[in-house]
Design a protein around this ligand. Structure first.
Ligand code: PMP
Length: 445
């Protein structure tokens, strides 16, 4: 018998487990909308067909010059990342030595500037200490361990709902986790002076709903008046406008380069702690090193070198923002297309029904990559108001589907997503959208 016989099987992670289940499903129509990882849309141009000819062929006003043929959506490696990697490979002076405990110094400085702004007084006065960590998760965890050791308060408030890993990251670090109702002005009144409050810096996961600038200002004033300590989680910087920047006083920021540079598996992130003075910042750093050393000694070099190469070069930085915009635009277009499949009574004012009548060939069927049938969709009139699909921002749509409906869609339509009804828009393509729309329609009717 094994010394581990007493172990019970642990459940899969609620988010990463979605991919495990997806991988096991043999269905050819299966769709993974669980993990927030960007996938490309593969586009084949229909050469030799003029706009009008395509229109006659497919009676289609939209996309008439291009047919989107999905031959397997791929994870995207940004061109600028490839270019940076090539430069790193060609640079024979580069070695594989250990980094310091706090990571790559250039990377840390550039990350602080990126998140706080180059003109930030805290940056200019050296009041920020930044340590390179293992992506967003690692940055949150190091920050949490530091707070559990050195902050006078052990309670952290996280939004409800939030990213499913937050409660575990903070409680395992020794903090006591409580929740605040996200987006409800009434409960912004926290009674616990000095508590730590986790705020999504932008593109809130899973709701896709961020505070307006005015609401951010209200939150900021409330937090300062109650001496609450903000811990910003910035996993989607550049996917939407940053909600915070200045005048938050002392705070922590966890940054990830997974989604905005497509560096998921490289695990590149940073924890910055903005302090009242340069002296405090340097003492904080000395303590952060004590947290990190027994955890993993020092962070990996490759991903951070890519980020530093890109951030420090003006033209590469520019190229990055362009590629990022293309990713964000595709996600926005997925929102618009999905909404079009729901032409519902509620949306009459937006005149989507008129729009819909033109998209006659929306349901396209393929054998392999050949278009064999193009017909109108049958989903006109899915009950409910689905306009939040385009109102929400960031990578996810918080559909409002409940766990029963999600289970139905997985069982009957082989669509995988987290049980809270969150779908990753970045995992959709024009080919798979109708399948999703059919599934949602069936689930809610
Ligand atoms: N915070 C939030 C809100 C997230 O959604 C994620 C990724 N899904 C992370 C942090 C951490 O991501 P990573 O560790 O891959 O950078």
């Amino acid at each position: 018998s094994s010394v581990f016989d007493h172990l019970v099987r642990a459940p899969e992670d609620p988010i990463l487990g979605v991919t495990v289940a997806y991988n096991k499903d043999p269905s050819p129509v299966k769709l993974n909308l669980g993990v927030g990882a960007y996938r490309t849309e593969v586009i084949l141009y229909v050469l030799g067909l003029l706009h009008d000819q395509v229109k006659i062929l497919y009676q289609c006003e939209f996309f008439s010059l291009i047919l989107y043929v999905d031959i397997g959506r791929k994870p995207l490696v940004l061109n600028v990342v490839r270019r940076a990697e090539q430069m790193l490979v060609n640079d024979s002076s580069r070695v594989k030595e250990y980094l310091p405990i706090v990571g790559l110094s250039d990377f840390n400085k550039l990350s602080a500037k990126l998140i706080l702004g180059a003109d930030s007084p805290a940056v200019q006065e050296n009041r920020v200490t930044t340590v390179q960590c293992l992506s967003g998760t690692g940055s949150l965890r190091v920050g949490a361990e530091f707070l559990a050791r050195h902050y006078h308060q052990r309670t952290i408030y996280i939004p409800q709902p939030t990213w499913g890993n937050h409660p575990k990251v903070f409680s395992l670090a020794g903090l006591s986790v409580k929740t605040y109702r996200y987006y409800d002005p009434a409960t912004r009144g926290l009674n616990f002076k000095g508590a730590i409050v986790l705020l999504h810096a932008c593109a809130h996961n899973p709701t896709g709903v961020d505070p307006t600038l005015h609401q951010w200002e209200q939150i900021r004033q409330l937090m300062r008046s109650k001496a609450l300590l903000p811990f910003f989680d910035s996993a989607y910087q550049m996917h939407s406008r940053l909600g915070f920047r200045k005048r938050w006083g002392e705070c922590l920021v966890a940054q990830s380069y997974a989604k905005n540079m497509g560096l998921y598996g490289e695990r590149v992130g940073a924890l910055s702690i903005v302090c009242r003075s340069a002296d405090v910042a340097s003492r904080v750093e000395s303590q952060l090193k004590l947290v990190i050393r027994p955890m993993y000694s020092n962070p990996p070099i490759h991903g951070a070198s890519i980020v530093a190469t890109i951030l420090k070069d003006r033209s590469m930085f520019q190229e990055w923002t362009i590629e990022l915009k293309a990713m964000a635009d595709r996600i926005i277009s997925m929102r618009q297309q999905l909404l079009m499949l729901y032409v519902v009574e509620y949306l009459q004012p937006l005149n989507h029904r008129a729009l819909w009548s033109k998209v006659k060939c929306y349901h396209m069927q393929y054998v392999g990559s050949n278009l064999v049938k193009a017909s109108g969709g049958a989903n006109v009139g899915t009950p409910g108001d689905w306009s939040h699909i385009i109102k929400q921002i960031g990578m996810f749509t918080f559909t409002g589907l409940n766990s029963k409906q999600v289970a139905f869609m997985t069982k009957e339509y082989h669509i995988y997503m987290t049980s809270d009804g969150r779908i990753s828009m970045a995992g959709l393509s024009l080919r798979t959208l109708p399948h999703l729309a059919d599934a949602i329609h069936a689930a809610v009717t």
